[in-house]
Design a protein around this ligand. Structure first.
Ligand SMILES: [Zn+2]
Length: 248
């Protein structure tokens, strides 16, 4: 999932320009609103059977360079004002995704995921597969609504999050956190320290799963509990049997 960071006409021009260097393309382009006839047109720019240049340098669940093994959806959304470019992520004025656009995106994802049997935890954002390099589709992307209202993509169960949060608060065990982020899918160094690459991964994770809470790259009990709940739900990690032992 991507935002275009450009208005529709300009995005379409760039995504369909022949011989552009570097090549940039996507399988689908979803405009911001319906056209004059009130019909919402989804642009199919590259057939799903062909590679599109939408992911670039990327990594998810042990696979790298995902252009050849993924389907890219570009959604028209400006991201944030260009003047916010140097601000921390949390201080940028991110643009909302209109409800009508989200409904169309949901239909498109549902169709693609059903035809290709794509698991929920493999429906991800550009920021998830290229942390630090990409921020799209940004913290306003409605991941929670897609999961809870349309049954699309990954989202943790609130009760499970609470259970993990109550069980053993995050005690700055960076090594364990890095191992969990790597296991969930993120390209995470295993250094035992919050280095820049790890902070980038946490920012991407938080933009996806904790955007209402924080996305400053600082791990806390809620962030880690959400990650624990996701690992249990989608990767089959067993729930620890003895609550409160602190042995995470
Ligand atoms: Zn992108």
């Amino acid at each position: 999932m991507h935002y275009t960071a450009l208005p529709f006409e300009r995005a379409k021009e760039i995504l369909t320009a022949p011989n552009r260097k570097p090549a940039v393309s996507a399988h689908y382009l979803v405009p911001e609103a319906a056209g004059d006839n009130d019909r919402f047109t989804i642009y199919e720019l590259v057939p799903e059977s062909r590679l599109a240049h939408h992911a670039g340098r990327s990594w998810w669940l042990g696979e790298r360079l995902l252009n050849g093994t993924s389907i890219g959806i570009e959604i028209v959304n400006l991201g944030f004002p260009a003047t916010d470019n140097r601000l921390p992520l949390e201080n940028r004025q991110w643009y909302e995704y209109p409800a009508a656009q989200v409904a169309v995106v949901a239909e498109l994802i549902a169709d693609i995921a059903a035809r290709h049997q794509i698991a929920p935890n493999r429906i991800v954002g550009h920021a998830d597969i290229a942390p630090g390099r990409k921020t799209d589709p940004g913290p306003k992307f409605p991941w929670e609504a897609l999961a809870t209202q349309h049954n699309l993509g990954a989202w943790p169960d609130a009760d499970t999050v609470k259970w993990y949060e109550n069980r053993a608060p995050y005690a700055d065990d960076v090594g364990a956190l890095q191992a969990k982020l790597l296991a969930y899918g993120y390209d995470t160094p295993q250094t035992g320290q919050i280095d820049q690459a790890t902070k980038n991964v946490i920012e991407s994770f938080q933009m996806h799963f904790c955007a209402g809470h924080r996305y400053d790259g600082v791990p806390d009990a809620q962030t880690v509990a959400i990650l624990d709940a996701l690992l249990e739900k989608y990767l089959g990690w067993p729930r620890p049997s003895a609550p409160g032992t602190g042995a995470a």
